[in-house]
Write a protein that binds this ligand. Structure first.
Ligand code: SF4
Length: 226
């Protein structure tokens, strides 16, 4: 596991993004796959079900993705912000929402950059927002089929279980009126280790993150790498 601390600046305040990177075999991630159960809970509880090309029932299943891309390694990125950093917002729900937006933007950008460097395939933290509205709502084909990526959950991964089993991280869920200590997002890059240079994958990822150009990650200079 590698830990990073990133500084983020918004017009109203500054947040520390705590980022950890975990490299594991896809066999491990498969132990946290419940494709039918997770997709059924999307069907029951999510407003995006059937309304976005990136969401179930249109999103691909995890097992199909790793088979078609011949991936044997999953690089899991866990980012979280302590909600004390969001105290400039008084409403606890709005704090979580704003922190999640920051995390989604920054962590997905880093994930796509590593995907590009390692010739991998990303799974992101929520539904695709590349166009608004999603073309699915008009019954039109996806506008950016090479860019669209699915969320980990939508492919059938039980993310809560994955984090507790292999990443020493607990997801917290917002309860009405209660302030959460922190909020998290999770992304992944699936890679085929045979296509990578013979270096340790964790070291490769470390190198890419250390070399991130702050201009590419606007307002996101690296502060500290542990
Ligand atoms: S790229 Fe556009 S059309 Fe395709 S899934 Fe994303 S939002 Fe929908």
């Amino acid at each position: 596991m590698i830990n990073y601390v990133l500084n983020n600046v918004t017009p109203n305040g500054e947040q520390t993004i705590n980022l950890s990177v975990h490299v594991m075999s896809v066999e491990k991630t498969l132990t946290c796959t419940q494709e039918d159960a997770v997709r059924n809970s999307c069907k029951k509880g999510c407003v995006n079900y059937g309304k976005k090309w990136s969401c179930p029932p249109y999103s691909k299943r995890f097992s199909d993705i790793i088979a078609s891309k011949k991936c044997d390694i999953a690089i899991i990125l866990v980012g979280y912000i302590r909600l004390d950093d969001m105290n400039y917002i008084s409403n606890p729900y709005q704090q979580v929402k704003a922190a999640n937006m920051i995390l989604k933007g920054r962590c997905e950008k880093i994930t796509r950059m590593i995907e590009n460097e390692l010739n991998g395939y990303s799974l992101l933290s929520g539904s695709c927002n590349l166009c608004k509205p999603c073309q699915r709502k008009m019954d039109l084909p996806c506008k950016k089929p090479t860019m669209v990526r699915y969320s980990l959950e939508s492919t059938g991964i039980n993310v809560e279980s994955l984090l507790e089993k292999y990443c020493e991280h607990k997801l917290l869920w917002y309860k009405k009126g209660e302030k959460l200590p922190y909020t998290s997002v999770v992304t992944a890059i699936l890679v085929n280790s045979n296509t990578l240079p013979g270096e340790d994958i964790e070291m490769l990822v470390k190198k890419y993150i250390e070399n991130l150009n702050p201009n590419q990650l606007k307002n996101l200079p690296l502060l500290n790498i542990q």
